[in-house]
Design a protein around this ligand. Sequence first.
Ligand SMILES: NC(=O)c1ccc[n+]([C@@H]2O[C@H](COP(=O)([O-])OP(=O)(O)OC[C@H]3O[C@@H](n4cnc5c(N)ncnc54)[C@H](OP(=O)(O)O)[C@@H]3O)[C@@H](O)[C@H]2O)c1
Length: 290
Amino acid sequence: MTLVERPQPEAASNDVLVEVYASGFTPGELTWPGTWADRAGRDRTPSIPGHEVAGVVSALGYGTRGLSVGQRVIGLADWTRDGTLAEYVAVEARNLAPLPGDIDFTVGASLPISGLTAWQGLFVHGRFQAGQSVLVHGAAGGVGSMVTQLAREAGAHVIGTGRAADRQDALDFDAHEFVDLDNDSLEDAGGVDLVFDAIGGDIGKRSAALVRAGGMLVTIAGPPEAQPTDGLAVDFVVEADRTQLGEIVQRVRDGRLRTNIGQVADLDDAVAAFNPTERVKGKTIIRVRP
Ligand SMILES: NC(=O)c1ccc[n+]([C@@H]2O[C@H](COP(=O)([O-])OP(=O)(O)OC[C@H]3O[C@@H](n4cnc5c(N)ncnc54)[C@H](OP(=O)(O)O)[C@@H]3O)[C@@H](O)[C@H]2O)c1
């Protein structure tokens, strides 16, 4: 990965060109096929990674509606096109939502993937209802911290899990209880309506048995390796959604939702920030413009 000069992208039909102020990425995205190939499977290297953006609309493509030049926006760029770790990115307008002037670009760029994944996992795929119990694996992480807060606000009893060092963070993000996966027994937390798994592997496998009859195992870390005996298992990939982003932004604005930024780096330092040698708690955001 290197920082290079590339031609400025052009806004295609229904796109907007965004002047990027801040960009976010997901640690595992370089392993995803869409990073290296377009939708038809054609090689598209060299690729620009990063799919979360906060910035200002600088041009509209043919036929683009709903946004205007000069408007502050956030959103999720297409997985199979060049991403947001750049000074400009072309994004479909429908993937973007307005960003109010009182939310910093850095905060805005931290919301699309973690916020939308949490929202969709809980309310769309997980069919969450008030009063249910939710077990959140990785509750102090980028996605898990959002799931924890949204579930709690929506009337869940929330049990967070993670490493011993994450206990206080998970409780600060509003989990009622915490299970330390290194030292506590995960099985003691069993009998929940919904497991939201942001860890996968062995933790995901053991989680199917924790789901109560009629409940759900929702995983974002790959296909579930075990199914609840009397319940459903779902894995999904986050999708852009302007309305849901609007709900998330509103909650950040009025203090109901706190984002989880661990590190902010400049574009010049993006390569190092993308490949950290030490653990970073929370999301890393790249500040592209001051
Ligand atoms: N399907 C989708 O649409 C989608 C969307 C977003 C993210 N994802 C995926 O979901 C996963 C989580 O993303 P994220 O951004 O929330 O990552 P993150 O910020 O690193 O959060 C993961 C949390 O889980 C903890 N954890 C991981 N393995 C653990 C283990 N074995 N025992 C205890 N704690 C463990 C991590 O602690 P440490 O940092 O100490 O490991 C961290 O606190 C990633 O694999 C990501 O690629 C999928």
